[in-house]
Design a protein around this ligand. Structure first.
Ligand code: ADP
Length: 622
């Protein structure tokens, strides 16, 4: 039979394979095993109604050092001469053009091949000659397809005892790469484990085993025996009630580089446009690199038991990046060239369903096992908070009830719980923002609000106040910062009292403002300062804490909140201030700086010149 040429598009793909642009050549085995498994699936299906089709289905891998060949053999449906011609002489029909376009760009091509493979032709990455002997179920004749790559292929008559397909690769000589490794038991074993562990049929190879016997001169006797390399039934395909906790834990620790059992195991079995099974884990603590760029988020993606991607990022939003696990969908075809256009849409469908599932699981967890949820939140809550802030709050509605905050009363609450616990006369939700709960707890405004019987949310993560700004309200209650200059708890009566008082001290307040020119935008009296002589709040939208966060970004150092210095008219130092304003302008100016610096310290801003501050303190206590 004359040699035939590959169709143009196939040739293009073949060239890519022969040039071996793709570094991860080992996937060829995964592709051959998948094809074998598909072929067995087809006969298996027939065998449901056709007794003759029944047999012990299996995939054999044979390694022969002498002839330098690796063989993958199945007893599946097989191919007729015409099928050999049409299946192996052309690649993928519908997606071909698109693949070709992408393949012009080598990196894109490499990515595609890596993720989904290109099927049968992948074997040309490691072999310089490929022989396929196949006999179709129900036929007696067998045929042989041979090709050494670009030169074309030949189809001739052949012999084969029963139906099925045998693919034999003559490995390339070692040189640019060690191709002989594919003749090693160890390599084959680990490749099958890695990529094809959950193929439904046994993948069998001959292995050398030690026996109990010894030779006369004491050497151990070995024997060759068949061994099934794959575990066949994936743990995620088993019913949750039939899997022991330890099995899930072992699977997690074996596969996700974490020595600790997961904090939570979530299983999902979705039907719909894109059906899939998922087994998900929430780690019991953040991976060591979780808060660095090195952390690789994503889920393992399988298609009918075949590993397609080690970590598919598209399956999870950033704000669920702590979730590890596996997604298996039989609706994803392994062949990118054919199905590429569909993948993105399918992955998006899966991602959407996963997000919904995870959100409802987290809510349930929070309600059912609060202690564990709080632990989880201490580990990963910040990720959810960033999710709430992302895109100016596009996910805020989904996430707002999953967020927890510490309070001045020492509780850890969600916004919903805070509102439920509000006394009847409390109209708004109060919060204070700073770097740690302890110093926030002693903030004068927090102390004053607590004294009235109201609790205060203590926001200690940088992102918190930004989330609150977007949220604005919860359950129709305003979120109010106790350190905003507009914050006021007084009654109308108290307000008019305060105005009178402020009028009385108008000159003094103006003089303080003049003494602190350039430092504060306003000086006013406050009844919320308790034991403190002075306090600091911010005017307008930009709070002191938010300004700190923004200013910590390089290039933004100049960003500052508009400070309002608050003075406590009932504090003895206030009387001293008033008298110095009349008697000693120099000392008055120094006392103003002292009070201002103290106010800065209470909100966690260090004085520009600590030495100068200490001198000031000493000057006034002597
Ligand atoms: P894909 O498997 O994604 O369809 P391939 O290039 O790997 O693409 O294979 C092309 C076709 O060749 C398959 O669809 C199948 O019909 C046929 N084929 C490949 N390997 C086998 C096999 N071992 N047994 C039967 N048919 C096979």
């Amino acid at each position: 039979m004359a040699k035939k040429q590959f169709k143009a598009e196939s040739k293009r793909l073949l060239d890519l394979m022969i040039d071996s642009i793709y570094t991860n050549k080992e996937i060829f085995l995964r592709e051959l095993i998948s094809n074998a498994s598909d072929a067995i699936d087809k006969l298996h299906f027939l065998s449901l109604t056709d007794e003759n089709a029944r047999r012990d289905f299996r995939i054999l891998i044979k390694r022969d050092r002498e002839s330098r060949t690796l063989t993958v053999e199945d007893n599946g449906i097989g191919m007729s001469a015409e099928e050999l011609e049409s299946n192996l002489g052309t690649i993928a029909k519908s997606g071909t053009l698109d693949f070709k376009k992408k393949a012009e760009d080598k990196t894109a091509a490499e990515e595609l091949i890596g993720q989904f493979g290109v099927g049968f032709y992948a074997c040309f990455m490691v072999a310089d000659e490929v022989t396929v002997v196949s006999r179709k179920y129900g036929e007696t004749a067998a045929h042989k397809w041979t090709s050494s790559g670009a030169s074309g292929y030949e189809i001739t008559d052949a012999e084969r005892g029963e139906c099925g397909t045998t693919v034999t690769l003559r490995l390339k000589p070692d040189g640019d790469e060690n191709y002989s490794q594919y003749l090693e038991e160890y390599t084959i074993r680990s490749l099958v484990k890695h990529y094809s562990d959950y193929i439904r049929y046994p993948i069998i190879t001959d292995v050398v085993k030690y026996t109990d016997k010894k030779t006369e001169d004491g050497k151990p006797v070995t024997e060759t025996a068949e061994e099934t390399l794959n575990s066949m039934v994936p743990i995620w395909k088993r019913r949750k009630s039939e899997v022991k906790d330890e099995e899930y834990n072992d699977f997690y620790t074996d596969n996700f580089a974490d020595g600790d059992a997961p904090a939570k195991v979530i299983t999902a079995n979705m039907e719909g446009a894109v059906g899939f099974t998922a087994l998900l884990f929430i780690p019991s603590r953040p991976p060591y690199d979780y808060y660095t760029k090195a952390y690789k988020r994503g889920l393992k993606l399988y298609s009918s038991g075949v590993l397609i991607m080690d970590s598919c990022e598209k399956l999870l939003p950033d704000w669920l990046g702590f979730v590890r696990g596996v997604v298996d969908s039989s609706d994803l075809s392994l062949n990118i060239s054919r199905e590429m256009l569909q993948h993105d849409r399918q992955l998006r469908e899966i991602a959407k369903a996963l997000e919904k599932k995870l959100l409802s699981e987290l809510a349930k967890w929070m309600a059912d096992d609060r202690e564990k949820y709080e632990k989880f939140f201490a580990n990963f809550g910040i990720t959810l908070k960033f999710g709430a802030y992302e895109g100016f709050g596009v996910n805020l509605d989904k996430l707002k009830d999953l967020l927890l905050y510490k309070t001045a009363k020492g509780k850890t609450v969600s916004l919903k719980e805070y509102v439920a616990a509000m006394p009847e006369d409390q109209k708004d939700i109060y919060y204070a923002s700073g770097s740690d709960a302890v110093s926030l707890g002693s903030l004068p405004q927090v102390t004053a609000v607590s004294a009235k019987g109201y609790d205060v949310l203590l926001l200690t993560d940088n992102v918190d106040e930004f989330v609150f700004k977007i949220l604005g309200k919860y359950d129709d209650k305003q979120l109010k910062s106790v350190s905003s200059d507009s914050f006021d708890l007084s009654t109308d009566e108290e307000k008019s009292e305060a105005e009178k008082k402020a009028e009385k001290h108008r000159t003094l307040l103006d003089d303080v403002k003049t003494a602190l020119a350039g430092k504060v935008a306003e000086v006013r009296l406050s009844s919320l300062l308790g034991d403190y002589a002075s306090g600091l709040s911010a005017k307008g939208e930009l709070s002191i804490e938010m300004a700190k966060v923004l200013a910590s970004v390089p290039g933004n150092e100049k960003i500052k909140a508009e400070y309002v210095l608050e003075l406590n008219p009932d504090h003895p130092v206030f009387a001293l201030l008033a008298s110095l304003d009349e008697s000693d302008k120099t000392r008055f100016g120094r006392l103003c700086v002292l009070l201002y610096t103290e106010a800065m310290l209470t909100v966690g801003i260090e004085p520009e010149n600590p030495g100068e501050f200490v001198k000031l303190v000493n000057e006034f206590i002597k």
